[in-house]
Design a protein around this ligand. Structure first.
Ligand code: AMP
Length: 280
């Protein structure tokens, strides 16, 4: 597995593979990899003979006072996992490579970046859209793989790809969970054993809603209240939002009439966690 830090070498790797007639997949990550990230590489390898993963803790998607400085970093461990998964290359650039001195261009995808995560982290999706555009400019892959875990991010990235006429197809892969239901996240490492237990209320709330929908409940207000009750009744957990949106969008629904995503975010101690499930 090649480890590349320079943009020109990374772009060459993709172009050479494509010149040989191979489809190329890219898996963008911020490192501290877990089985959820590895599942994206595995999905990419099932469809693309050549896969490049990126490991880059993107400073612009962290707000002031967020966890950029203490975000977990483990490049050696990440490289071992990506090599074992079968990636052909990893692009792990320095900050200056993606943000050269004087870089001021940013990408604002508009309304899909405003609610939910965007309301709580106002500059987050500008950072995400900008770095994904840069990564796909450097790595003009055929397909880019993202996790359903970050649902609103998948909506933002799909809009980015469509609106900027990017040649890369966006693929979204299912959320990988711990055996007890907690969605895997690099930020789970911040949780104390007690918080780790309380954090289960997010997936429990989503499962409660899933069950109610399967029993015939379609009223979004009732479903939302039932889910929120699960989160609110867990001490030490502060819900931030729980909403039902039309799949593929961030538009709230009043009635579950088709594929609907239940998105939830909560603060567990000092750690923010998000999760979602598709119902209907
Ligand atoms: P991150 O390193 O957190 O920026 O995540 C990199 C990619 O992995 C994003 O597309 C995430 O949505 C995806 N991802 C993170 N956690 C999971 C998970 N538990 N299951 C599936 N994909 C995930």
């Amino acid at each position: 597995m090649l480890v590349l830090t320079e943009a020109a070498a990374a772009r060459d790797w993709v172009r050479r593979a494509q010149a040989e007639g191979e489809r190329v997949g890219v898996v963008p990550t911020m490192g501290a990899l877990h089985a959820g990230h590895v599942s994206l590489a595995t999905a990419a390898l099932a469809e693309c003979p050549r896969v490049v993963a990126t490991v880059f803790v993107n400073p612009t998607q962290f707000g002031p006072g967020e966890d950029f400085a203490r975000y977990p970093r483990d490049l050696a461990g990440d490289l071992a996992k990506l090599e074992a998964a079968g990636c052909g290359a990893v692009f792990a650039p320095a900050v200056e490579t993606l943000y050269p001195t004087g870089a001021e261009t940013t990408i604002d995808v508009g309304s899909v970046a405003l609610p939910f995560e965007g309301a709580i982290r106002p500059t987050h999706f500008r950072g995400v859209a900008t770095v994904v555009a840069k990564l796909l400019a450097i790595l003009p892959a055929d397909r880019a793989y993202f996790g359903q875990k970050d649902y609103q991010q998948t909506v933002v990235v799909r809009h980015l790809a469509r609106d900027l006429c990017l040649p890369t197809e966006v693929v979204v892969c299912p959320t990988v969970r711990e055996p007890d239901g907690l969605a895997m996240s690099s930020r789970n490492a911040y949780l104390s054993p007690d918080e780790r237990e309380r954090a289960l209320c997010l997936s429990r709330a989503l499962r409660t809603i899933e069950r109610l929908v399967s029993e015939g409940q379609r009223d979004a207000a009732k479903l939302r209240a039932a889910g929120l009750a699960v989160v609110e009744s867990t001490p030490g957990v502060e819900p931030q939002y729980l909403e039902l949106v039309r799949e593929g969008s961030v538009d709230r629904v009043e009635h579950v009439g088709g594929p609907t995503v239940v998105v939830v975010a909560a603060r567990v101690g000092a750690t923010r966690l998000i999760d979602n499930v598709v119902v209907g």
